[in-house]
Write a protein that binds this ligand. Structure first.
Ligand SMILES: *[C@@H]1O[C@H](CO)[C@@H](O)[C@H](O)[C@H]1NC(C)=O
Ligand SMILES: *[C@@H]1O[C@H](CO)[C@@H](O)[C@H](O)[C@H]1NC(C)=O
Ligand SMILES: *[C@@H]1O[C@H](CO)[C@@H](O)[C@H](O)[C@H]1NC(C)=O
Ligand SMILES: *[C@@H]1O[C@H](CO)[C@@H](O)[C@H](O)[C@H]1NC(C)=O
Ligand SMILES: *[C@@H]1O[C@H](CO)[C@@H](O)[C@H](O)[C@H]1NC(C)=O
Ligand SMILES: *[C@@H]1O[C@H](CO)[C@@H](O)[C@H](O)[C@H]1NC(C)=O
Ligand SMILES: *[C@@H]1O[C@H](CO)[C@@H](O)[C@H](O)[C@H]1NC(C)=O
Ligand SMILES: *[C@@H]1O[C@H](CO)[C@@H](O)[C@H](O)[C@H]1NC(C)=O
Ligand SMILES: *[C@@H]1O[C@H](CO)[C@@H](O)[C@H](O)[C@H]1NC(C)=O
Length: 533
C-alpha cells in the first residue's frame, strides 16, 4: 500500500527453479467461485457488525467536527492536516464504507463535498500513487456500490454521477506523469507549474530516475475500471504500457516472479533485486491476480495471472520460511537489494494471506490456498501475542541455522522475544494498518471457518480498548506497552477505508460485497467485476 519504503545474489543458476519445481497441472477451470457456500441466514443481525458501524459513526463525527473537509484528522489536538493534496482524502476514502453500512446521511454529506472539489488544482506536490489508490479508487468504488442496487440509494443522481466525472477529471489532470521516455509513471506532479518531480535511487554509486514497482503496477485495476465506465481507452493504455515492463522484467529477478522494488524510468530496467510481498512491490503482485478476476477475457490480464502463478509458486519454493524451531509459523521473507533472503517481513506483506487465498481459490490451486491460510494465521500471531492485542509494523526471525540476516539482530532482547513469540519485533508501532485484518477477512469468506471472525472481533476490541484510553483512534508507538505507549496525533484516511470496512464485512452477511461480484483495490475499495463467473 505504501510504495515509498523499500527496505533492502542469487546467481542466475537460481532462475528457473520454480519451473523445475513440482509442476501443478494448470487447472482448466480458470474461473471459480471464491466464497464459501455459506448457509442461508449466516451472520443475520450479527451485533458485531452493528458495533463496527457504531465505531464508524463515532469516528466520522469526530472527523466531521474537527477536520471536515480537510484531508486527515489530528485526534489529540482536535485539528486537521492537509497531507494528501487538500481535496478531503478522508471524505473520499471513507465514503464507500458508509455506503456499505447504509449510513445514508453521512454519504449525503460526503457526496456534496466530493461534487464541489476542483480536482484539477492543488497547492501541494501531488503523488500519483495516493491519487490513484485513495481518490480514484474511492470515487469509482462509491459509484459502483451506489449504482449496484445492493445498497440504499436515496441520493441525488447528479451527485452520484459526479463521482465518476470527478474520477475522470482527476485521472486526466494527473496523466502528465506518464509523459516519460518509457511510459513508466513519474512519482509526483506539481499541479501549479505542470512540472514532473522524479524520484531517484542510487545504486552502486549511480543515481537513476526511478519509480517503484508498486507505483508502476498499481493503477491497472483502477484504470481498467475507469476506461470501462467512461469509454475513454487512454487510461487502460497508460496502465498497460507500464505493466509490460513489470511482467517482462529485465534483468531477471533473483527468484522467478519475485521482482525488485525500483525501476529506471528512462530505460524500464529493474535496478534493484529486493523482491518479496513487502512495501514497494506489494500491490503490483496483488493486482496481477485481481486484474484477471476483474476481466478474465483481457489478454494482458491473462498474462498477469500467469506471472502471479509464477510468483506464488516461487514464494512457496523460495521465501515461505519457518523461523528456527517453529514449523507451525510460515512467513514470507523480503529480499535485500542484491536479492538475498533477509528473514524479515513488514506488515504490508501480511496482505499476501488474503491475496493467495483469493487467487488460489479462483484458480483452484489448493497448494496456493494452503500457503494463504498459513500466512494469515502467522500474521494473526503478530496481534494475538502482544499486550495490546494489536500487531507491530515489522518483524524478523532466526533462520534454520538459528542466525539472523544482520548480526546486530543477535542481541539478548531479540533472542528473548524470539523464544517467547517465535520471532522478534523490529518496529513495535501500530499505524492503523489493515493488512492482517484483510487476510483474516478473506480467510473467513473463502473457508467459512468462524475462527477467523473471532480473530477480527478480538482485534476490533483491542482497537476499541487501546485507543479509548485517552483519545480514541490515535496511532500508537508500541504494541507491547499498556495502551500502546505514546499516542500519535494522526488518523489515516485508510483507517476508515480499510480497517473499518474489512472488520464490518467480516461480520456482515457474506453476500454483502461478495467476492464473487466485487474485486477490491489495494485501499479496500470494491469495484464491480466486469464479468462475474
Ligand atoms: C489547526 O491547524 C491549522 C492548519 O495547520 C493551523 O493553522 C491552526 O493554527 C491549528 N489550530 C490549532 C488550535 O492548533
Ligand atoms: C509548484 O510550482 C509552483 C510554481 O512554479 C511553485 O511556486 C511551487 O513551489 C511548487 N510546489 C512544490 C510543492 O514544489
Ligand atoms: C532525470 O530526469 C530529469 C528531469 O526530470 C532529467 O533532467 C535528467 O536528465 C534525468 N536523468 C537521467 C539520468 O536520465
Ligand atoms: C550493482 O553491483 C552489483 C555487483 O557488482 C551488480 O550485480 C548489479 O547488477 C549492479 N546494479 C546495477 C543497477 O548496476
Ligand atoms: C549489495 O551488493 C553491493 C555490490 O556488491 C554491495 O556494495 C552492497 O553492500 C550489497 N548490499 C547489501 C544490502 O548486501
Ligand atoms: C489470542 O487468541 C485466543 C484464541 O482466539 C484468545 O482467547 C485470546 O484472547 C487472544 N489474545 C489476544 C491478545 O487477542
Ligand atoms: C542463516 O543466516 C546466516 C547469516 O546470514 C547464513 O550464513 C546461513 O547460511 C543461513 N542459514 C540458512 C539455512 O539459510
Ligand atoms: C537489538 O538489535 C536491534 C537491531 O539492531 C536494535 O534496534 C536494538 O536496540 C537492540 N537491542 C539491544 C538491547 O541491544
Ligand atoms: C468501544 O468503545 C466505546 C467508547 O469507549 C464504547 O462506547 C463501546 O461500547 C465499545 N464497543 C465495544 C464493542 O466494546
Amino acid at each position: 500500500m505504501v510504495p515509498g519504503f523499500s527496505h533492502a545474489l542469487m546467481a542466475l543458476a537460481m532462475i528457473g527453479q520454480a519451473s523445475a519445481a513440482p509442476s501443478h497441472a494448470r487447472s482448466s477451470a480458470t474461473c471459480g467461485t471464491v466464497q464459501f457456500d455459506f448457509p442461508a441466514g449466516t451472520n443475520k443481525n450479527d451485533p458485531r457488525a452493528e458495533a463496527v458501524k457504531q465505531a464508524y459513526v463515532r469516528e466520522w463525527n469526530e472527523y466531521s467536527k474537527y477536520a471536515f473537509p480537510n484531508d486527515d484528522l489530528l485526534p489529540i489536538t482536535h485539528n486537521y492536516t492537509n497531507d494528501l493534496f487538500g481535496w478531503g482524502a478522508t471524505v473520499v476514502d471513507a465514503i464507500d464504507t458508509a455506503v456499505v453500512m447504509g449510513l445514508t446521511d453521512i454519504v449525503e454529506q460526503q457526496l456534496k463535498h466530493i461534487a464541489s472539489v476542483d480536482f484539477k488544482k492543488s497547492a501541494y506536490l501531488v503523488d500519483f500513487f495516493d491519487v490513484n489508490i485513495r481518490y480514484i479508487g474511492g470515487l469509482l468504488s462509491a459509484y459502483d456500490l451506489i449504482k449496484s442496487g445492493d445498497f440504499p440509494n436515496p441520493y441525488d443522481d447528479d451527485l452520484v454521477e459526479a463521482l465518476l466525472s470527478q474520477a475522470k477529471s482527476l485521472a486526466t489532470a494527473i496523466s502528465p506523469v506518464f509523459d516519460t521516455v518509457t511510459g513508466l509513471p513519474v512519482a509526483n506532479l506539481n499541479f501549479t507549474s505542470g512540472e514532473l518531480v522524479q524520484s531517484t535511487t542510487t545504486v552502486n554509486g549511480t543515481q537513476y530516475n526511478s519509480t517503484n514497482t508498486a507505483q508502476a503496477g498499481t493503477m491497472i485495476l483502477e484504470y481498467y475500471r475507469l476506461s470501462d465506465l467512461t469509454g475513454d481507452e487512454s487510461f487502460r493504455e497508460h496502465a498497460q504500457k507500464a505493466e509490460g515492463y513489470l511482467i517482462n522484467p529485465s534483468p531477471a529477478p533473483a527468484f522467478p516472479g519475485l521482482v525488485g522494488t525500483e525501476l529506471d524510468t528512462e530505460t524500464g530496467k529493474f535496478i534493484t533485486l529486493d523482491g518479496g510481498w513487502e512495501a514497494g512491490v506489494d500491490s503490483f503482485i496483488e493486482y496481477l491476480i485481481k486484474t484477471y478476476v476483474y476481466d478474465r477475457d483481457d489478454s494482458l490480464a491473462s498474462n498477469m495471472k500467469d506471472f502471479w502463478i509464477t510468483t506464488a509458486e516461487s514464494s512457496i519454493e523460495n521465501i515461505a520460511l519457518h523461523p528456527y524451531n517453529q514449523p507451525q509459523i510460515t512467513f514470507l521473507s523480503q529480499l535485500d537489494v542484491n536479492g538475498s533472503i533477509m528473514w524479515t517481513m513488514d506488515d504490508y506483506a501480511c496482505f499476501a494471506g488474503g491475496n493467495l487465498l483469493l487467487g488460489g481459490k479462483y484458480l483452484d490451486r489448493p497448494d496456493i490456498t494452503e500457503l494463504g491460510v498459513k500466512v494469515a494465521d502467522s500474521c494473526h500471531l503478530w496481534y494475538n501475542q502482544t499486550l495490546t492485542g494489536l500487531g507491530p509494523s515489522s518483524i524478523g526471525w532466526y533462520n534454520a541455522s538459528n542466525q539472523p540476516y544482520d548480526s546486530s539482530y543477535n542481541n539478548a532482547t531479540y533472542r528473548a522475544e524470539a523464544s517467547k513469540y517465535g520471532y522478534f519485533i523490529e518496529d513495535p508501532s501500530y499505524r492503523s494498518y489493515p493488512e492482517p485484518l484483510e487476510s483474516i477477512f478473506y480467510a473467513y469468506r473463502v473457508t467459512g471457518d468462524e475462527r477467523w471472525q473471532d480473530y477480527n472481533w478480538e482485534i476490533f476490541n483491542a482497537l476499541n480498548t487501546t485507543r479509548s484510553k485517552s483519545v480514541p483512534y490515535a496511532e500508537i508507538t508500541d504494541v507491547n506497552e499498556p495502551y500502546g505507549g505514546t499516542l500519535v496525533n494522526y488518523v489515516s484516511s485508510f483507517y476508515f477505508a480499510e480497517v473499518l470496512k474489512y472488520l464490518y464485512l467480516s461480520f456482515a452477511e457474506p453476500d454483502v460485497v461478495s467476492l464473487d461480484k466485487y474485486v477490491f483495490n489495494t485501499e479496500c475499495h470494491p469495484f464491480t467485476i466486469k464479468k462475474a463467473c
